[in-house]
Design a protein around this ligand. Structure first.
Ligand code: SF4
Length: 341
């Protein structure tokens, strides 16, 4: 049996044609799946009973089962979902002044092993399907309070989105399709640890925002905390960012997790300024959010401010991400870790 939520519109067109149906059936099914959130095939009431029965022989509509929801005092909601094969993934709803951002996971686990990341420390299971990525959005919608609406989607949860390129791209198509989930490209961001060939590909294939998890200004430090840097070192990554097509957007986002005594000195900040010269970017400083067993500490507030000031004085637009949801283990992988304990 195949999950219908795993089909993009062109794929549904092919599917209905293979079943001997007219193309408008694909539009009907697509609308039911992604605009009207049909929970099953029987809910698609303007499709003939005979065709629904035919569909049910091979297809179903599958979603995620929410296992646990933690709500922080700041309104952040983190939820753990069960996949059909028993795997578990996390997603987070993050409220800010004028937006409500959904952070989705793109893989069960992650193979990249960044040392400051709890998901990276617990290994890789598999890529998520498009249906599971869409399932995260629908699961999040089911948690919304009256009057709430998800305004932004960031692919920044568990996993490296660009390691799951094909499913992520198909998800982006449905997410940003006016007849699908209807998000503007400007409100969707893909965050990567720096897979250079896939970044170049994404620049050609999609119009969404790009965020890069940089976290160091030298190869020595970056390779120590992010093993992927040995494959795609800083000079290659930075050159890729320099030539990345912005598609009319102002900039890309550079994320920098500040780790005490690892990458948080004023010298590190100056090196970062030099490294990013010529790249249209804003910088997101993220003071490390410690998790049980972490090998790093969070720098003191003053150090965070001083680091940011060097970047600001150099003309960069910076924002420091507060520890949203710190009281509910909101760092990537923590809720899953707690659940499995
Ligand atoms: S930070 Fe992202 S890319 Fe690195 S291990 Fe964690 S999930 Fe994977």
């Amino acid at each position: 049996m195949k999950n219908l939520r795993d089909f993009t519109y062109p794929e549904l067109l092919g599917l209905v044609s293979s079943l001997g149906e007219r193309p408008y059936r694909a539009e009907q099914i697509y609308g039911w799946l992604f605009r009207r959130h049909a929970p099953d095939i029987d809910s698609m009431t303007d499709i003939s009973k005979a065709f629904r029965e035919r569909l049910k022989e091979e297809f179903y509509v599958g979603g995620l089962k929410i296992l646990d929801v933690k709500k922080s005092s700041d309104g952040t909601r983190k939820f753990l979902s069960l996949l059909e094969d028993g795997g578990r993934i996390e997603s987070v709803l993050i409220p800010e002044q004028d937006r409500l951002t959904l952070c989705v996971s793109t893989q069960a686990g992650c193979a990249l092993g960044c040392r400051f990341c709890m998901t990276g420390m617990s290994g890789f299971t598999r890529n998520l399907t498009m249906a599971e990525l869409v399932g995260e959005v629908f699961a999040a919608i089911s948690l919304l309070d009256e009057g709430e609406r998800i305004t932004n989607v960031v692919l920044m949860g568990m996993g490296e989105p660009l390691s799951n390129y094909d499913n992520v791209l198909r998800f982006i198509q449905v997410l940003t399709d006016g007849k699908g989930l209807g998000f503007s490209h400007n409100r969707v961001t893909v965050s990567t640890a720096g897979l250079v060939p896939a970044i170049i590909r994404l620049g050609k294939d999609a119009l969404v925002n790009l965020a890069v998890s940089l976290n160091a200004a030298t190869d020595d430090v970056r390779s120590r905390i992010m093993p992927i840097n040995r494959k795609y070192p800083l000079d290659e990554l930075i050159e890729t960012l320099r030539t990345y097509p912005l598609h009319g957007k102002k900039n890309i986002t550079v994320e920098y997790v500040l780790l005490k005594n690892v990458n948080d000195t004023l010298e590190d900040a100056r090196r970062l300024v030099k490294l990013l010269r010529g790249i249209n970017c804003k910088i997101n400083i993220i003071p490390f959010n410690p998790f049980p067993g972490a090998a790093f500490e969070r720098p003191e507030e003053q150090r965070v401010l001083a680091f940011g000031k060097v970047l600001q004085d150099a003309g960069y637009n910076i924002f420091t991400r507060q520890s949203k949801g710190a009281d509910i283990l909101a760092a990537c992988g923590q809720l899953k870790g707690r659940y499995e304990e």
